[in-house]
Design a protein around this ligand. Structure first.
Ligand code: FE2
Ligand code: FE2
Ligand code: FE2
Length: 185
């Protein structure tokens, strides 16, 4: 059942806005990394941009009955710098989601017995934890003017789970088979 309660609906709209902007921002920062000669970091940004699309898609679908125009306040990081700086922006945004935004949104959805929103927020929260870690490792490399040593990156199109080789047989967050994963290599 799509979302019924106003507070959870507000949080879904805000999360949709935040994920949409993160998706676009990572594509832009990916192009910067490519131009700086860091193709693996560019690929990481593009893979994670796809995961953020999956999150936005889940949130939007939960709002399917809430038709009409809205002004949507959402957190977003701005600025274009060198890749190491852009990665700091990415880390800051992901940490905000992991430490503040999604835990609060998730508990609200639970409190309001909004099962679909709870699922969408849970999926996003689990993926963002991995994003923090991967962006931190990429930044460690970029600080030393090196590219990030990483193999194929697997993204679950259902929940945005983000993994590196070897891919698990089923998504550890949502359970879909690994054949569904989109691979960035
Ligand atoms: Fe996300
Ligand atoms: Fe993320
Ligand atoms: Fe998944």
């Amino acid at each position: 059942m799509p979302v019924q309660n106003a507070m959870t609906a507000d949080f879904l709209r805000s999360a949709y806005g935040g994920e949409s902007m993160a998706h676009m921002r990572y594509l832009i920062w990916g192009d910067v990394a490519e131009k700086e000669g860091m193709p693996n970091i560019a690929r990481l940004f593009r893979a994670i941009a796809y995961a953020e699309w999956a999150h936005a898609d889940n949130h939007f679908r939960e709002l399917r009955d809430q038709k009409g125009d809205y002004t949507v306040p959402a957190g977003a990081v701005f600025g274009i710098g060198k890749t190491a700086e852009n990665l700091q922006g990415a880390i800051d945004g992901e940490l905000h989601e992991v430490e503040q935004m999604y835990p609060v949104y998730l508990e609200t959805a639970r409190f309001q017995n909004e099962k679909g929103a709870e699922r969408a927020f849970h999926f996003a929260l689990e993926a963002e934890k991995i994003h923090v870690d991967l962006f931190q490792k990429a930044q460690d490399a970029a600080m030393e003017k090196k590219d990030f040593e990483v193999g194929p990156i697997h993204i679950c199109p259902v929940c945005g789970y983000t993994g590196t080789d070897p891919a698990p047989d089923v998504c550890p967050v949502c359970g879909v088979k690994k054949e569904m994963f989109k691979i960035f290599e």
